[in-house]
Design a protein around this ligand. Structure first.
Ligand code: GUN
Ligand code: ZN
Length: 432
């Protein structure tokens, strides 16, 4: 029931943007991670811990030593669409045309649960290979898509959050539900899957343009009935989208207000993108403890814009990273950090390596209201962790030889790193 891992180790205790940097993380050049029944029991300096642990424990348990690798909590992807795996890298369009031309036709196939299972299996393997151990995931409008996803996630013993898309207007007939059926199907899925093993449900209105006020209100009603499920949608991603929302909902003072009027904001509400937020929207997101998924790879790919991380932080909004596959072009959180860094450079803002690794781990857990459960190595947390490899590619290997300190190491990992640099992924302490 015990597992012991040894190696260079890093995890976060707080947001480096909010506390003194040295208090935001724990780092052990030679660290030890002790796991009991899949949960973190202890973490610390290897020599000190080995001397204090019960000899019975140490003698009875093999210590798995990751030499020259960095142990850290698994990455958390706070916004991704599993049904868009096979249409990733679709050419030439911005959001609204991209949805019409590529996305909707791809999502149509998920009425078939077998197809959903096939894609979910591949999608989850890709996430794990990239070191992502938890994600907040869009299904399609079909309840079968969520059954398929949760079935595979459960087999893999993963902590995953997913939901059936709600959309009852401005979409093809073949992808349309109604306010009533959307409500009933979501409710049935919550009853079937929410809190089953490590699975959790997210009520998932696609975005304001494809949801009638009646449907959004029903979503709000459902959230009130099940206050511990999530709300997951898109917000202020693209300028044409925002103008369209203004036309469709003339009685709302801004885009966020459409969701606010239907009572969709709160501690477990995650809004993807938020690229073009007004001051008033930021304020409201902050005061309701709502969160934003920063999706730099997608925001650049669709030409949506440059997310203002600084503004979000000033308003105390919880932020995590999202790959947003299939508008995003990578499963890798290392590559996502890379795109995030460049996004901030284009804004003349700096994204520090500590900040970005925080966002990809404990920050993501905070977005999902799961601090203490995942995202760091606090005692009792689920032991989902990864080992990053500084030497997986000749270029990184060579660059690391000219590297002075941890800050620089993390920066190089995130600028040159991708799936190839994830040496191992562990779920509840077990190598997968
Ligand atoms: N807005 C509404 N639907 C989608 C989607 O599938 N992807 C992205 N990036 N934005 C959306
Ligand atoms: Zn999305």
């Amino acid at each position: 029931m015990y597992k012991i891992y040894r190696g260079e180790l890093l995890h976060f205790l707080a947001d480096p943007a909010k506390v003194v940097l040295e208090e935001s993380y724990e780092y052990f050049q030679d660290g030890l991670l002790v796991i009991k029944n899949g949960l973190v029991e202890q973490v610390g300096d290897a020599e000190i811990l080995l001397a204090t642990l019960s000899p019975l424990l140490v003698e009875g348990t093999e210590v798995i030593h990751y030499e020259d690798g960095l142990i850290m909590p698994g990455f958390i992807d706070t916004h991704v669409h599993y049904p868009q795996t096979e249409m990733i890298a679709s050419y030439g369009e911005q959001l609204l045309e991209w949805l019409e031309n590529y996305t909707f036709p791809a999502e149509r196939k998920f009425c078939d649960e077998e197809h959903g299972g096939n894609v979910a299996e591949f999608f989850l393997s890709q996430l794990l290979e990239a070191g992502t151990t938890t994600a907040l995931v869009f299904g399609t409008v079909h309840k079968e898509s969520v059954d398929a996803f949760f079935t595979i996630a459960q087999q893999k013993k993963l902590r995953m959050i997913c939901g059936k898309v709600l959309m009852d207007q401005n979409c093809p007939d073949y992808l349309s539900d109604t306010a009533e059926t959307g409500y009933a199907d979501s409710k049935a899925l919550i009853e079937k899957w929410h809190k089953k093993d490590r699975l959790q449900y997210a009520i998932t209105p696609r975005f304001a343009p494809t949801c009638s006020t009646e449907q959004l209100n029903k979503a709000g009603q459902l959230l009130a009935e099940y206050p511990d499920v999530y709300l997951h949608t898109h917000l202020c991603e693209n300028k044409d989208e925002i103008a369209w929302v203004q036309e469709l909902f003339p009685n709302s003072s801004n885009y966020l207000d459409v969701y606010d009027q239907s009572k969709l904001l709160g501690r477990r509400s995650v809004f993807a993108h938020g690229v073009h937020l007004q001051e008033q929207e930021c304020q409201r997101l902050g005061e309701t403890n709502s969160a934003i998924a920063f999706c730099p790879s997608s925001n650049l790919f669709l030409g949506s814009g440059l997310f203002n991380l600084k503004q979000a932080q000033q308003h105390n909004i919880n932020v995590g990273f999202g790959s947003d596959i299939g508008a995003g072009t990578t499963f890798s959180m290392l590559s996502t950090i890379n795109e995030g860094y460049k996004t901030q450079q284009l804004r003349a803002d700096k994204l520090s390596p500590f900040q970005s690794f925080y966002l990809a781990t404990l920050g993501g857990a905070t977005v999902l209201d799961l601090e203490g459960t995942i995202g760091n190595f606090t005692k009792g947390a689920e032991a989902d962790f990864i080992v990053l490899d500084y030497h997986a590619t000749p270029l990184m290997d060579r660059r690391m030889k000219h590297c002075q300190n941890l800050t620089e190491k993390l920066f190089i990992l995130s600028m040159l790193g991708d799936e190839r640099h994830v040496k191992a992924t562990h779920i509840m302490g077990e190598l997968v």
